[in-house]
Ligand binder design. Structure first.
Ligand code: UDP
Length: 245
């Protein structure tokens, strides 16, 4: 978007970004499995200044019953931003953006979950964004995967997510809020490492075919970093002595 009063330097002459990172460096990531005692599974993620809590409920009965499917389970996802999660207070009513993000996260998780194993039931994923700083859909998707695993939902793999993008004519890993606003492209990616499948890919901006390829490769590198931290979070909860065998 640009057009700021004070000039924001997205990339300085030493290749350092506005928040001090290198082009291929993600923000600080911390993932914790569990934490909500009333949920069947839960997770908390800090991804830079994003802070997101996820609760998973189910598989459980579907009400009203006609919403259920006799052949398979259904997945329902609600992404919600707290009014205090952003600088300018967000209206608590569901926005078009929240509806869109709920939909893309649901569609990104579906290939990972063995929904056919629990017909007539629903798995509900509640995502609460406590603090947002660019890249909440990726952070939320990564945390939701951990919360689903924590709930014991049968899965083919976890979906790890990270964005890549373009700022100052350079492909960068893990786009922050300033880079999202003033940069040239933002590409959130959700990826299942064990099957090498992309389950989320969006693009806001314009890229050449070469840049597009580099952006996907860069994003997948970020997803692999996130994946290791997702596994670490589960290992820490279920093998407190650090023994994952
Ligand atoms: N944002 C905001 N107010 C809103 C919605 C979003 O300030 O009502 C900020 C928030 O920091 C968010 C960022 O804009 O992370 C980028 O939003 P986008 O729609 O690109 O989704 P995200 O990058 O969070 O997945």
């Amino acid at each position: 978007m640009g057009g700021r009063d004070t000039e924001l330097v997205l990339l300085d002459e030493n290749g350092i970004r506005c928040d001090g990172r290198k082009v291929d460096e993600p923000r600080r990531i911390m993932i914790k499995a569990g934490g909500l005692k009333n949920a069947d599974g839960s997770a908390y993620i800090e991804f830079g200044d994003n802070k997101i809590l996820v609760g998973v409920f189910g598989p459980r009965d579907v009400h009203p019953k006609h919403m259920s499917n006799t052949d398979t389970g259904i997945l329902r996802v609600r992404y919600h931003m707290e009014p205090f999660s952003v600088t300018e207070r967000k209206n608590p009513a569901p926005s078009r953006r929240e509806i869109e993000i709920s939909k893309v996260i649901k569609e990104a998780l579906e290939p990972a979950i063995m929904l056919d194993k629990f017909p007539r039931t629903a798995v509900d994923v509640y995502i609460e964004v406590l603090q947002a700083d660019g890249g909440t859909r990726c952070a939320a998707l990564s945390a939701a995967s951990v919360a689903l695993a924590d709930a014991g939902i049968p899965m083919r793999d976890m979906v790890a997510a990270c964005a890549a993008g373009k700022a100052a004519d350079t492909i960068i890993l893990d786009v922050n809020n300033e880079e999202d606003q003033a940069g040239q492209a933002d590409m959130p990616i959700g990826y299942m490492p064990s099957t090498d499948k992309i389950t989320l890919l969006q693009l806001d901006g314009v890229l050449t075919p070469e840049e597009f390829k580099k952006c996907v490769e860069t994003g997948i590198k970020g997803c692999k970093i996130v994946y290791e931290l997702q596994k670490k979070a589960l290992t820490e909860k279920y093998f407190a002595n650090g023994d994952s065998k």
